[in-house]
Design a protein around this ligand. Structure first.
Ligand SMILES: [Zn+2]
Length: 131
């Protein structure tokens, strides 16, 4: 909002050049310009604060993004998780099933399948599994 400060300065010069003879009028206009100048300064301060806040928000957003990829993982990080001993997701041990009851695609542990039937982890309905 540097514009406002510049405009106030311009206005001040303009009024100075007017050579207002009436003292009361001159004083009133001078006071108006002083107030405007204070407001312009306050707006400048606010803008600096806004910029600081925005920078702070951006750094929080960045941290959050890093945290999200740590927690949820993304394609880039996937290899790291595979190397991690704590992270074991064995595709082979699971079957992808389209549940006929809740129509969700669910993954069922083969260990929980008995007589080609298993419980849907989403709606708990017993569904037929074709292996
Ligand atoms: Zn289901």
């Amino acid at each position: 909002m540097r514009d406002v400060s510049l405009k106030v300065s311009y206005l001040k010069g303009l009024v100075d050049g007017l050579d207002i003879e009436d003292a009361k009028t001159k004083r009133a206009i001078t006071e108006i310009i002083n107030v405007m100048s204070d407001i312009a300064e306050a707006v400048d301060d606010l803008e600096v604060m806004m910029e600081d806040t925005q920078e702070y928000m951006e750094s929080i957003d960045e941290d959050l993004g890093e945290l999200e990829s740590e927690v949820y993982g993304d394609d880039e990080d996937y290899d790291d998780y595979e190397d991690d001993e704590d992270y074991e997701f064995d595709d082979e041990g699971f079957i992808e099933v389209d549940c006929p009851n809740c129509h969700e695609v669910v993954y069922i542990d083969k260990d929980f399948i008995e007589d080609n039937k298993a419980e849907c982890p989403n709606c708990n309905a017993v569904i037929d599994i074709e292996q």
